[in-house]
Every structure is written in structure tokens, then in C-alpha cells.
Design a protein around this ligand. Structure first.
Ligand code: ZN
Length: 221
């Protein structure tokens, strides 16, 4: 799987690939505050380290668990950053005012990100290790701030149009018309629903839709 594209599992067990579109937005799919607690996949520092190796952080140079030094306090800060970004991203996606204190939390985390170096012997990029939890935090904060602080990107921050899906993504498609978290999931479900609605009698259309799933997601290896 390409770094940054995650396999999620719906509440009904359907697996689908999801591209959040940017590093900071990837973090939103690992859980969240309030009702998002049931989606939580980052329970221990090792969970975070393992997940990080599959994110866009691993795109510039390969990243392994042994490259990372993540402590309990780092995990707590990353979850805090994520839960704070959850106060911001849906507001932007729906054109609502943004919580100023939440933005300041992100600013406070935007320290120095990890860096790679090119080995002169083989011209291969490798991370300067250990990659610390503080650097990881900075990478996520900087990306989130880049998205919300750049009008052209901010306008592309979307919530999946699937009902009641609440996955957030950055639309990186050229035409900028991405509506769904995943065609495999909400895109196809919407297609099927439109098809049913076209065929349905008024009585049938009034019935509850058994195809709806809760937005509960968990990442799977
Ligand atoms: Zn969706």
C-alpha cells in the first residue's frame, strides 16, 4: 500500500482504502474526541510507531519502527493534536468559524520536523534517526497548519458526502470534485441508493435504508 493510503474497516466489517490527502489529515482517521473515542487505534506508543510507518511521513524515505523513538507523553501529545484538529477541520469543511484557541494549539506544536539526509556513497535518502515523537508531532502540526493556512488547500478540505460518514479528507484531485471518502464505500453506496430511489415506489422509498453504516472506522494492518 502506498504510504498515506490506509485500509479502514467500517462498523459492518467492510474494508476500504482511504486516502486522506495530506499527512495532517491522515491523523484524523485514527480516532477523535467525544464519539470518536470508539474509533481510536492509537492506544500505545507502539501503535503510533507502527501506524507512522504507513503514513506519508514514510514517503520521502523509508521509515521503520526501529527508526522511531515514541514515548507515552509523545502519544498523548499526538492524540491531543489530533483531537484539536478535529475541532478545526470539520468547521472549515462546512464553512463555520474556526476555534482560535485550537489553532494556537497547532501553532504551539509546529516545531522542527524530522529530516532526512542523502548518503554520499549511494545517493539514497535516509532519515536522521532517531525520529523523535516531538519531530513527528511537528510534522503533523506543520502539515495541518499548511492546509488550514493556505486558501487553495483550505477550500479543498472536505467531509465525505456519505450520510452519516464523517471522514475528512483533502481533495487533491485535479478537478477538485472529490465527494467521497472512498468509491469502494460511500461512493458505491450512494450509487446504489440513487439507483434504488429511481426504481422505488413512494412506499418503498420511505423505508429506512438498511445499507447505512455508522462512521466507525478502525485501521487494519
Ligand atoms: Zn464516506
Amino acid at each position: 500500500m502506498h504510504p498515506g493510503i490506509h485500509v479502514l474497516t467500517s462498523a459492518y466489517g467492510q474494508q476500504f482504502s482511504f486516502d486522506p490527502g495530506s499527512l495532517g489529515v491522515e491523523l484524523l482517521a485514527t480516532g477523535g474526541p467525544g464519539a470518536g473515542r470508539r474509533w481510536e487505534i492509537l492506544h500505545r506508543p507502539a501503535d503510533l510507531a507502527d501506524w507512522l510507518t504507513r503514513t506519508r511521513l514514510a514517503a520521502p524515505a523509508p521509515l521503520t519502527v526501529s527508526d522511531l523513538r515514541i514515548g507515552v507523553a509523545d502519544l498523548e501529545r499526538v492524540r491531543h493534536l489530533r483531537d484539536t484538529f478535529w475541532l478545526i477541520a470539520p468547521a472549515i469543511a462546512h464553512g463555520r468559524p474556526v476555534d482560535a484557541a485550537a489553532v494556537e494549539v497547532l501553532n504551539g506544536y509546529a516545531d522542527a520536523p524530522p529530516r532526512f539526509r542523502v548518503d554520499a556513497a549511494d545517493l539514497v535518502r535516509r532519515w536522521v534517526t532517531p525520529v523523535t515523537g516531538r519531530q513527528v508531532l511537528a510534522a503533523f502540526a506543520r502539515d495541518a497548519l499548511t492546509v488550514i493556512g493556505t486558501p487553495a488547500l483550505r477550500d479543498r478540505l472536505r467531509e465525505c458526502a456519505g450520510d452519516p460518514c464523517q471522514l475528512i479528507f483533502l481533495d487533491t484531485s485535479r478537478p477538485g470534485n472529490r465527494r467521497w471518502c472512498s468509491m469502494e464505500r460511500c461512493g458505491n453506496r450512494n450509487k446504489a441508493r440513487s439507483h434504488r430511489n429511481r426504481r422505488a415506489t413512494p412506499t418503498a422509498a420511505a423505508n429506512p435504508d438498511p445499507g447505512r453504516a455508522t462512521p466507525t472506522v478502525t485501521a487494519t494492518p
